[in-house]
Ligand binder design. Structure first.
Ligand code: NAD
Length: 304
């Protein structure tokens, strides 16, 4: 049986990868910092088959834990076919409100977290003479936008390390794929408080997201992808040895535009930033008044 390990697989895109892999008959080690969430996904996948899944709590910032998980798959199953370095979080916001700790967090989870998976897996794959590394970057790793500094930084790094590795890995029979999704209907916004702390902005984002989330599945797949469909498409593209997977499809022309006129979207970011500078204080003030009961229409809905 072919084997794979997925990080950040208790939710969203990582769960989508694990689902697609089990559908294809793989054994999958479902890892996440959220242990019970990983257990839940593994149980769901085992009920589905034909592949198999096991769960393991792994924090990708812990170099030894990630290496142990990777070696566990190789030692127990005799092979490591694929690794999906996917765990991530929305570390973003206005730079004047961020601290160095936010940039470190983006680095530790989304850059070093990927490196922690790549290093041990690549060594095993070089010895085997085969294997496939799939790293989840983002369209933000190709097209930077204002207010997303730490996230953009991390995802650009993932694109760089992934393409660099692809260049040298082929000589060892190893495939490497860089996934750059645009908007995908996952819990990434709900988890934003874990990423940046309980700020007013995070509170507004989570509350607004909770309101629109029940309707997001009505938006067509080609505008906002679902993690399940995305997972299947990414696996199909990876098995065809694609260097890049950009989904939904409009991300590709956006990337072309970025390469053609790299400062065009910066100008858009500036316009957005000017509007935000004017609007943010009054939005924040209204939000805080909400606690005093003055703005019941903005009262947060309990997260499900
Ligand atoms: P999600 O919040 O639904 O899932 C992320 C998972 O990563 C969660 O289960 C979380 O517990 C886990 N995680 C967070 N920190 C971790 C750590 N230190 N160790 C192990 N697991 C950890 O979000 P998602 O949208 O599925 O995000 C998956 C990846 O896709 C991320 O790298 C994200 O940056 C990227 N991405 C998402 C989108 C989108 O629109 N949702 C777009 C482009 C790229």
């Amino acid at each position: 049986m072919k084997t794979a390990i997925v990080t950040g697989a208790a939710s969203g895109i990582g769960r989508g990868y694990a689902l697609a892999l089990v559908e294809k008959g793989f054994y999958v080690l479902v890892t996440d910092i959220n242990g019970p969430g990983a257990e839940h996904v593994a149980a769901e996948l085992n009920a589905m088959g034909p592949g198999k899944a096991e769960a393991l709590r792994v924090d990708v910032t812990d170099v030894d834990a990630v290496a142990a998980a990777v070696h566990r798959v190789k030692d127990e199953h005799g092979r490591l076919d694929m690794i999906f370095n996917n765990a991530g979080m929305g570390v973003l916001g206005a730079v004047e409100e961020l601290t160095v700790a936010h940039w470190r967090k983006a680095n530790e989870v989304m850059i070093m977290g990927v490196v922690h998976g790549v290093q041990p897996a690549y060594k095993i794959m070089v010895e085997q003479g085969y294997g496939h590394i799939v790293n989840t970057a983002s369209s933000a790793g190709l097209v930077p936008f204002a207010f997303m500094g730490p996230y953009d930084m991390a995802k650009h790094a993932v694109v760089g390390l992934t393409l660099s590795l692809r260049g040298e890995a082929a000589a060892h029979g190893i495939k490497v794929t860089c996934v750059c999704p645009g908007p995908v209907n996952t819990n990434i916004v709900r988890n934003v408080k874990d990423a940046i702390g309980a700020t007013t902005e995070a509170d507004i984002a989570v509350t607004a997201y909770d309101r629109v989330q029940p309707y997001l599945h009505l938006i067509p797949e080609f505008i906002i992808a679902s993690p399940e469909v995305l997972g299947r498409k990414v696996l199909r593209a990876a098995l065809r040895d694609r260097a890049f997977v950009l989904l939904p499809g409009y991300m590709r022309p956006l990337w072309w535009l970025q390469r053609l006129a790299p400062t065009a979207l910066v100008a858009l970011g500036t316009a957005f930033s000017r509007v935000a500078k004017v609007a943010r204080p009054s939005i924040a003030e209204r939000w805080e008044q909400r606690d005093a009961g003055d703005r019941e229409d903005l009262a947060p809905i309990e997260a499900k």
